[in-house]
Design a protein around this ligand. Sequence first.
Ligand SMILES: Cc1cc2nc3c(=O)[nH]c(=O)nc-3n(C[C@H](O)[C@H](O)[C@H](O)COP(=O)(O)O)c2cc1C
Length: 382
Amino acid sequence: MGPRDQAGRHRAELIRPMRTPICETLGIRHPIFGFSHSPDVVVAIAEAGGFPILGLARELPHEIPGIIADVETRLQSLPYGIDLMLPSRVPEAASIETVQQSLPAAHVAYVQGLRERFGVAPPTKPSFFTTQVRSEAMFEDQIRAVLDSNALGVATAIGLRSELIDEARRRGKVTFSLIGSVRHARKALDMGVDVLVAQGYDAGGHTGPVGTMSLVPQIVAMAGHRPVLAAGGIATGAQVLASLAMGAQGAWLGTLWMAAKENHTPSALMQRLVASGSEDTVITRAHSGKPCRVVRSDWIDAWGEPNAPAALDMPLQQALAGDVFASIHEHNDRRLIYEAAGQSVFGIRGETTVAQQMATLVHELDGAWQNLNTFARTTTPV
Ligand SMILES: Cc1cc2nc3c(=O)[nH]c(=O)nc-3n(C[C@H](O)[C@H](O)[C@H](O)COP(=O)(O)O)c2cc1C
């Protein structure tokens, strides 16, 4: 055995992966769950021993079967999950053109004024945000694709659908529900959801009003034997350990992966994320119509100006201004670009890779555990 092998073995002995029962259930090495819309991130998280969850709520419906097939080919048999956002109170079926014709004139005029003020170039490529409106018909297609996939996990956010939960469980899948309050958690438990993802106010994306540190213990206390994961504001291994200390079986991260090169983050957004601290993320309805934590930009700030109208409800706000979101990403607009991002943005300090991020999280988790042991050994009992 050469010196490198010896060193590798020595390190492996020192860093015993910290595992929880859900790691056994899902067949993963680390209690780290990674949400991403990027197939490349998803594959890399799985390869690094975490459990990836592929977000499909903003993908073009006709592309979803191909995305799933591609991810499954690349994952071979590594376990993964898929996430959908299923709000209630959306139209049965809707074309974006029809919805756009019915939008309030004052809102249309305000957004047009902003487009002119900021010189927003029209997007040139079709995307979810320029061609789709969330509707029951869309959700039906998404649900069918997820049920027919080989994904081991099925996660849902914003809404709960008992038919989906029952059918997914019947097909041997593990169901996850992102919840932001005790009331939501009660509903999910009553519907038989397998895993609760307690997602605090600190999280990137759609959030409730309770912080992760206060939410997790309440959900653990009510979940009984069912596993809970902690989400929101988590960017370090010590926070993963803190999640386990609160009784969660793992941590679910979203924002951090935007720093990975596998995410193909536009350079203007990467610069903004690197330059941002937790206080640069705000909760706004301007993105989707529902409260959503994003990293601020001039576009988001414009919706807080005194003459700005209140955002429209989901799904109308995206029919109103989704083209701008698409445009500022396509054209890499340094002034306006924003994205869902949590207070965990403090963990983004430059471009890296998923493998590096996972190695760092695991190393920090182990370091935090050693620190606790040192406290326990070196302090005098009172
Ligand atoms: C860019 C981005 C997009 C997201 N999109 C979704 C989504 O479509 N569905 C969902 O359930 N959660 C979504 N989330 C939330 C994550 O699932 C996760 O709960 C959250 O990112 C955790 O907090 P953190 O961002 O501080 O790690 C998104 C988060 C980010 C950062």
